[in-house]
Design a protein around this ligand. Structure first.
Ligand code: DOR
Length: 437
């Protein structure tokens, strides 16, 4: 039996912030406000600091296997821990894609050796592997690219989509951008010549059209569906009319950047779905605020700067962000954009609920002791060349963010503190509490 006592921190939950000591036993929260006589093997003084629940990032691209010059499971999970993320769910567009039982088995084995936070992996849909998707229970969910992005995964035929929604039971997450419209927009712009064309090609109409199509599938098949990376007001409108089993996600890049940022950041802020107008950015914030969007996740998608610096449209879409997730949001509290409580809801309680995660979701007795100790006053400067992510740059280069992660703990074990990391292997597979979906 091992016991850890975190003394005197401000514990952050969706319904409030309370000063409490925390007693942790064998990796789980045992007691909040334990008696002063409580004994522990290690005592950490968190007075003057905030204790946040470990964030659960339900959309990352960690590039292993196959694309490990950009990132791998070890460096990706280190960047996660630094950003206050204690569990991630990884997308299938690696090489090979995670579209077979064997590929998933191999990823789980790699993660067991390499990860220092907890992990889950999506099973990728191809349109030909529905028999596997029907049987697979180890995946966190099914990912469908209904609209192509980085990699070669795309399922756009209605018949194939109907089959997946009809025959599978794992929750489905989808990348929604209407492929036909995106291709027509690209053709009209001669494939795209300048970076700002990216937002004309992958416009709000393409995102909203595909979102509406997929929500219709989810409604008719009564199938759980999570709309990834909402980027526009039009998608937020589409979400107003949805069944209760449809949820949605917002990402930092769509909350902090818009099309006016191409001028100074160029292809560093090229991603899919593309950046939209300043008004769209405000609409995504408003949708998080009013509960239309439940989950905050990064869509961390690293590429090297050399790759990004190729002229558009050869420059790849995607950007790294997980390492700054909690500081970005803490900085947003300083700016009056959101509250500590909302970070706990969007980043931990809600994703745990959406994905039926066993033992996760916040600072509550009996749950896994996943948390970060945070100094909300301390600032740090984001600098290219000093990043944990293997691609070693950040779209926030040059920004000073108020609010710093001092340490991150996974099931009661320190995964990160002041640029020191636990050994790989600390992470464990996420467990799912699934009834009928
Ligand atoms: O911009 C993106 N990059 N969007 C995606 O959907 C995929 C990602 C990647 O893997 O690079």
């Amino acid at each position: 039996m091992s016991r850890l006592l975190i003394r005197g921190g401000q514990c952050v939950r969706p319904d409030g912030v309370t000063q409490q000591s925390i007693l942790i036993e064998n990796g789980s929260f045992l007691d909040f406000d334990p008696p002063t006589s409580a004994q522990a093997d290690e005592v950490i003084d968190a007075s003057g600091k905030h204790v946040f629940p470990g964030l659960i990032d339900d959309q990352v691209h960690f590039r292993e296997p196959g694309l490990t010059h950009k990132e791998d499971l070890r460096t990706g999970s280190m960047a996660a821990a630094k950003g206050g993320v204690t569990a991630f769910m990884e997308m299938p567009n690696t090489s090979p894609n995670t579209t077979t039982a064997a590929a998933l088995t191999a990823k789980l084995a790699r993660a067991k050796r390499s990860c220092l936070v907890d992990y889950g992996f999506f099973a990728g849909a191809t349109g030909q592997n529905t028999a596997w998707l029907r049987e697979e229970s180890r995946a966190c969910g099914i990912k469908i690219f209904i609209g192509s992005s980085t990699g070669d995964l795309l399922v756009d035929e209605q018949e194939a989509l109907e089959e997946i929604f009809a025959q599978t039971s794992l929750p489905i997450a989808a990348h929604c951008e209407d492929e036909t419209l995106v291709r027509a927009n690209a053709a009209a712009l001669d494939g795209g010549r300048v970076i700002s064309d990216h937002s004309k090609i992958r416009n709000a109409e393409a995102a909203a059209k595909s979102a509406a199509r997929t929500i219709d599938l989810a409604r008719r098949h009564k199938h759980r569906f999570h709309l990834l990376h909402v980027s526009s007001a039009a998608e937020c409108d589409v979400l107003q009319d949805r069944p209760e089993w449809v949820t949605a996600e917002a990402c930092p890049h769509h909350l902090f950047f818009d099309t006016t940022d191409y001028d100074h950041l160029g292809s560093r802020v090229q991603m899919n779905p593309a950046l939209k107008s300043p008004e769209d950015k405000e609409a995504v914030w408003a949708a998080l605020q009013d509960g239309t969007i439940e989950v905050l996740a990064t869509d961390h998608a690293p590429h090297t700067l050399e790759e990004k610096d190729q002229p558009y449209p050869r420059s790849p879409s995607g950007l790294p962000s997980i390492e700054w997730l909690l500081p970005l949001m803490l900085n947003s509290v300083s700016n009056g954009r959101c509250s500590f409580e909302q970070i706990a809801a969007w980043g931990s309680a809600n994703p745990a609920k959406v994905w039926d995660l066993k033992g996760k979701g916040g600072l509550y007795t009996g749950l896994d002791a996943d948390f970060s100790i945070v100094d909300t006053e301390e600032s740090s400067e984001v600098k290219d060349g000093c990043q944990v992510t293997k691609c070693n740059w950040s779209p926030w280069h040059g920004s000073t963010l108020r609010g710093m992660v001092c340490s991150t703990w996974v099931r009661g074990i320190r995964a990160y503190q002041k640029d020191q990391f636990a050994d790989p292997g600390l992470g464990a597979p996420l467990q799912y509490d699934r009834g009928d979906s």
